[in-house]
Design a protein around this ligand. Sequence first.
Ligand SMILES: Nc1ncnc2c1ncn2[C@@H]1O[C@H](COP(=O)(O)OS(=O)(=O)O)[C@@H](OP(=O)(O)O)[C@H]1O
Ligand SMILES: Nc1ncnc2c1ncn2[C@@H]1O[C@H](COP(=O)(O)OP(=O)(O)O)[C@@H](O)[C@H]1O
Length: 199
Amino acid sequence: MSKNTNVTWHESSLTKELRRKQNGHESTVLWFTGLSGSGKSTIANAVAKELYNRNIRSYVLDGDNIRHGLNKDLGFSEEDRTENIRRIGEVSKLFVDSGQFVLTAFISPFRADRKIVRDLLAEGEFIEVYIKCPIEECEVRDPKGLYDKARKGIIKDFTGIDSPYEEPEQPEIILESNRYSVEECVEQVISFLTAKRAI
Ligand SMILES: Nc1ncnc2c1ncn2[C@@H]1O[C@H](COP(=O)(O)OS(=O)(=O)O)[C@@H](OP(=O)(O)O)[C@H]1O
Ligand SMILES: Nc1ncnc2c1ncn2[C@@H]1O[C@H](COP(=O)(O)OP(=O)(O)O)[C@@H](O)[C@H]1O
């Protein structure tokens, strides 16, 4: 619901297409989703590094980092997670407009929220990357000790424990991070972008 009534959209003569042409590549969102510890940050940053090595402009938006700044007013209730993803969807759209790839690493547990972001973008601009990893494996990895705290009841509403995660139904890419190495997962993403002629 918008509170703004007296605002007018200002068109820019520098279009998304011109910015893409200058950069020499497409711009899309690579929307990484998955449980905590599934590998979203690790793989998103590794893909960004590979893109950088190929002179392709990209930027990573990471849940933990964004919650230190832009979204530090949000917690982990359903409403706050939805608002978190809504804002990141809008920011992602700006990155796409600027002619860059944006890699987002948010649990984004709700299908409806991810669909809202998909619908915000043009056809083909939203690439959903599902990091599929069994919760048992995420719990063994537990890179931040959060599963341990959640099991002990120190953290409430923890995704996969006492807060739901809705698996993507038709993601563009599935990365099984318990079966393939980080390098193999990166290769899978790069192959997808190459086949799409996005890079
Ligand atoms: N209750 C609860 N549930 C899930 N995660 C929690 C929680 N509390 C803190 N954390 C830490 O916050 C990171 C997830 O933030 P996100 O912005 O990605 O979450 S969400 O998309 O809004 O659901 C998540 O980061 P990742 O482990 O990288 O996924 C955790 O470090
Ligand atoms: N194939 C893999 N892909 C991604 N991460 C992996 C893989 N195998 C092991 N890991 C480890 O799993 C952990 C994933 O943590 P992280 O990237 O922070 O996940 P998330 O951002 O989803 O919470 C890291 O410690 C990483 O080294």
